[in-house]
Design a binder for this molecule. Structure first.
Ligand SMILES: Cc1ncc(COP(=O)(O)O)c(C=O)c1O
Length: 395
């Protein structure tokens, strides 16, 4: 069969996620993986999930197994609003769209916003699968750098002098892959720019609850409310994946009214609605009031694991690498002090039996090949010790 010309142009040059390919190696015996972006299943609340699942099946079987509303279960939308309030996101249930993970929220929103060639700005580095949604929507992707205070909003301001942009995608809390947190001053600057230049901000916040200190960072949504009395420029997305279980595939978006209706139409075309069973389970789980304790547990363990990995790196590789200590989340973003190709180095570390994600995949442009991402979420202390020793040997 001659397949030439059969595929849509928008998919021809899109590569499969480098991380998915890498995960194949991580499944090999003897290989220690610091590559995956997955949460630790040792921390899943199986007991609570089991009680919630039983409840969903026995107490509300019809809603758990029947078609539901595209926007999502009304009770779950209410419970998500209550959760969001604690984060300073004061939305109404009607503002919430429940999605199949926040990944779907990103995809649907990009499809609703982006005409081919529209300019969208991301951080360098940024979340790889957000880049994929932008590429599929045929956006023209521009990027601005980041430093210890997160996205360089001053660079964005410069860029806006010559470009009219449709939106900015940003992970303000403990970014993937950077681990960085956007400072309050920059949050305010960013929101001001959005209002002044009439663009949208996608505030992707799957990690905000996984903070290592008690300090909560003000959401862009809240900053907008405080500064302007509205949140029309902000799309807030989040997920149950990192605080409960990713296999449920449940996330959500809080959208301005003009957008929610359109995004819901695209969702209808995509999958009608998020899994009714997953929604019932999470609805019941939230009713059990176990989530706060669950989040506390995850925070404590990740904080400790992050410190262990950071100490090991400092002791054994501190002469050749540097990193910013994350204030939460699941990732340590590492940079070689001298120019060094981490992608090529991966072949050597694989021989030693350790895998990470080379940094270059997280850049829309101007890749910094001297960088790489390590996850501390799943490896045990012994595995981290062995992994860092192997990294040292692979140098
Ligand atoms: C920054 C960011 N956004 C969104 C997602 C998507 O997560 P999910 O679809 O499981 O909610 C991830 C997953 O790793 C992520 O790191």
């Amino acid at each position: 069969m001659n397949t030439e010309g059969l595929l849509a142009q928008r998919i021809v040059n899109i590569k499969s996620s480098a991380i998915r390919e890498l995960l194949k190696h991580s499944k090999m015996e003897q290989v220690i993986s610091l590559a995956g972006g997955i949460p630790s299943d040792a921390l899943f609340d199986f007991e609570g999930l089991s009680i919630a699942t039983q409840q969903a099946i026995s107490e509300q079987p019809k809603s758990a197994f029947q078609y539901g509303l595209t926007e999502g279960s009304p009770l779950l939308r209410e419970r998500i609003c209550a959760l969001c309030q604690q984060r300073g996101v004061f939305a109404q249930p009607d503002d919430v769209l429940i999605t199949a993970g926040s990944q779907q929220a990103l995809d649907l929103v990009m499809r609703a916003l982006v005409n081919p060639g529209d300019l969208f700005v991301v951080e360098r580095p940024t979340y790889l699968a957000a880049l994929q949604t932008l590429e599929l929507a045929e956006a023209n992707i521009l990027s601005v750098g980041s430093d210890s205070d997160g996205m360089r909003v001053d660079e964005l301001e410069q860029l806006l002098k010559t470009h009219k942009i449709k939106g900015v995608y940003v992970v303000p809390n403990f970014g993937n892959p950077s681990g960085l947190t956007l400072s309050l001053e920059r949050r305010e600057q960013l929101v001001k720019l959005a209002v002044e230049h009439n663009f949208l901000i996608i505030e992707d916040d799957p990690y905000g609850e996984l903070r290592f200190s008690d300090e909560r960072h003000t959401t862009l949504y809240q900053v907008s409310q405080q500064l302007f009395g509205h949140c029309e420029n902000i799309i807030y997305t989040s997920s149950f994946s990192k605080i409960l279980a990713p296999g449920l595939r449940l996330g959500w978006a809080i959208l301005p009214p003009f957008l929610l209706q359109k995004v819901a139409i695209i969702k209808q075309a995509a999958d009608l609605h998020a899994s009714a069973l997953s929604q019932s389970i999470v609805e019941c789980y939230l009713g059990l009031d176990r989530l706060p304790a669950q989040i506390e547990k995850i925070r404590a363990v990740y904080r400790q694991k992050c410190q262990i990995l950071a100490d090991l790196l400092q002791q054994q590789l501190g002469d050749v690498i540097s990193f910013d200590m994350p204030k939460g989340g699941m990732f340590l973003w590492v940079r070689f002090r001298q120019p060094f190709n981490a992608t090529e180095w991966l072949q050597e570390t694989l021989k030693q039996g350790v895998v990470f994600v080379p940094g270059e995949y997280f850049f829309a442009e101007q890749p910094d090949r001297s960088t790489f991402r390590l996850s501390f979420a799943t490896a045990s202390e012994a595995q981290m010790q062995e992994a860092v020793a192997r990294l040292r040997r692979a140098l």
